[in-house]
Design a protein around this ligand. Structure first.
Ligand SMILES: [Zn+2]
Length: 156
């Protein structure tokens, strides 16, 4: 980028020199030559402007790719702390290993696989042991269902 700006500044200086020559030497040959040089410099200048635009686009693409790579690395590092297990209720879920002392939990496998998002499942506090993803609202059988009331032995 700096090199292109320097080249553009040099072209401007050469054009100014051409203008100065035309004030010093007013013959047709000098005028023709200066105009020829000026036209060629114009072509070079246009090409440099194109290159500068391309350079800006490439730098922006690089910035976006670097950002995506960093996000993917962070996701992979985070994902390494989850392993697929079968919960007591039967659902197969990624379970957090608790390595940092945080509460052990399950996350939504659908959100993790499709969007790389980590949403801890929330206990719906129902008899069948269902937990739900707060993002996609999917339900998973996490806890063992409570026994049916009829299965409780009557107390005589
Ligand atoms: Zn989800």
């Amino acid at each position: 980028m700096v090199e292109i700006a320097t080249a553009l500044a040099s072209i401007k200086a050469i054009r100014e020199l051409g203008g100065w020559l035309l004030t010093k030497y007013k013959d047709a040959e000098t005028e023709r030559r200066v105009h020829e040089i000026t036209a060629k410099l114009g072509d070079v200048q246009d090409k440099l402007h194109e290159l500068r635009e391309e350079n800006i686009a490439v730098l922006e693409e690089k910035r976006q790719l670097t950002e995506r790579l960093r996000a993917a690395e962070e996701r992979n590092a985070r994902r390494s702390h989850y392993r697929l297990v079968r919960a007591a209720g039967g659902a197969q879920l990624p379970e957090f290993d608790g390595h940092d002392g945080s509460l052990r939990h399950y996350i939504c496998p659908a959100c993790m696989e499709t969007r790389g998002e980590f949403h801890p499942l929330q206990d719906l506090q129902n008899r069948v042991g269902t937990h739900a993803c707060p993002a996609c609202k999917a339900h998973y059988r996490v806890d063992r269902p409570d026994p049916e009331p009829s299965s409780v032995e009557p107390d005589f």
